[in-house]
Design a protein around this ligand. Structure first.
Ligand code: ZN
Length: 154
């Protein structure tokens, strides 16, 4: 909460699930816009979270996947150009928010397939049962995300 309090918009490109969920929850709880980007192998994703207006990361993926299910960037490898593409898209989302122009990727997930050189957009509705931004949230403060993630190993 201290890290994001002085910023108007948060951009997340973290490489691990505990950080990704921590940043999402902190942004939802403080109402900060979050532009989230992810990459794996030959695919990248971008979404813009506008707390109170649209979906959040947990609406998309309520809980982190079990450890080992999704290979880490270290295991799967990352082509250097892919974070450049996704990071550029995230920067454009930030500029659109600052300028108040265009349509942010709120309630949408943009998926980039590097092998096909194609983009597709998937609608992501806000989940009324979401544990952090839903109608009856059970997450009302930050948690121990490393512990939550590690508990899923058993
Ligand atoms: Zn949510």
């Amino acid at each position: 909460m201290d890290l994001i309090k002085d910023y108007d918009i948060v951009v997340d490109g973290s490489d691990n699930f505990p950080t990704r969920y921590l940043v999402n929850d902190a942004c939802v709880l403080t109402g900060k816009p979050l532009v989230s980007g992810a990459i794996l192998r030959f695919e990248g994703q971008v979404t813009t979270i506008l707390p109170g207006e649209g979906h959040c990361y947990r609406c998309l993926f309520e809980e982190p996947p079990p450890p080992g299910l999704v290979p880490s960037c270290q295991e799967a490898g990352v082509l250097g150009a892919l974070p450049g593409v996704i990071g550029g898209l995230q920067a454009m989302e930030v500029l659109k928010l600052i300028l108040g122009k265009g349509e942010p990727l709120s309630n949408q997930l943009l998926i980039y397939d590097a092998l096909k050189a194609s983009f597709r957009r998937v609608r992501v509705p806000r989940n009324p049962e979401c544990p952090v931004c839903g109608e009856n949230p059970r997450i009302t403060e930050l948690q121990d995300y490393e512990a939550e993630y590690c508990q899923m190993r058993f």
